[in-house]
Design a protein around this ligand. Sequence first.
Ligand code: KG4
Ligand code: ZN
Length: 352
Amino acid sequence: MLGLNLSRIVLSVDDMLTLGIETSCDDTGVAVLKDNREVLCELLSSQIKDHSRFGGVIPEFAARKHLENLLPLVNAAMSECNITGKDLDLIAVTRGPGLMGSLIVGVMTARALSQVWNVPLIGVNHLEGHLFAPLIEAQDLEPPFLSLIVSGGHTEIIRVDAFGQYELLGQTRDDAAGEAYDKAARILGLKYPGGPEIDRLAGAGDPHAFDFPIPLKHTNNIEFSFSGLKTALLWQAKKYDGVNVPVNDLCASFQRAVTEALMAKVNLAVRLTGIKRVSASGGVAANSALREALMTAKGFRAWLPEVNRCTDNAVMVAMAGHNAWLRGVRTDEVSADPSLHDLQYKNTEKGA
Ligand code: KG4
Ligand code: ZN
């Protein structure tokens, strides 16, 4: 369990306290946010060790683990902040997209807490959560900006004209970037999740050892495709027949190809929209090559969350929920929706 210990928290009655809950996949996250940025407490219980022996996330097992972990985490967060449920002003919970069983645990728990404590509840789109992650530290990132979301389930570029006003500019045709990293790692016999492993081994490899194709690099559309790249890696690895496989070089070359594919479309989006502010979030935004490429890019400025807030966490959910609440978003009944895609809260925004 990852925790942030704040020994003295001073609160006033004017502070708005939001409890964030994230259970969309295999991380149980709870956070308490004061107003729009001050993180009073952040707890995360990761199931990576439980799932890595299966080589991926087992949905039923993930849901059971959330059930075991969520309430104890909420209680721990409350006592760490020295508050009770009655002190909260809002509960924000991820309602989708994600794994059905995992989402249900988070949403039903949040609904029960909201009733018992008489605190309003808001359902958050997990992707809007990721979109808010870079804002936790960045005081100066304001719309309009482009948001690259690169995770295990999604790879997309969203145009943010205002918070709550989003346009999907393009997405992957097949695998998400994180999924490609995880599949590539499995091909190379590395453990799950593959992204951090490939990132680590790539550090000792030559990114130009193999010339993998950069998917859709020269098309004039904002779209991604990673399944062919994974197949190219498979054929290259097979040539060694398990003997002296140059794993570090393969990792470094694969990572270069994914990074170049992502950067090509970020640059295209900047050119097409004229927007020169870019944020990136989601697990793959933790990747060292992508971070380096974004931070040193010419033609736009990039904002990234801290590495440990690229992957799923509850602070980003609390941030997105708090912002939506202030915009006037109200949801009558919050329900889990594993295939929730639309980022807009249709007809619920003030004046919509
Ligand atoms: O955002 P996230 O925690 O969960 C989803 O919403 O999907 O992202 C998890 C994904 C995994 O596919 C993992 O392999 C990838 O992010 N990832 C990385 C790195 N750290 C995590 N990929 C590349 N490099 C990393 N350092
Ligand atoms: Zn995520």
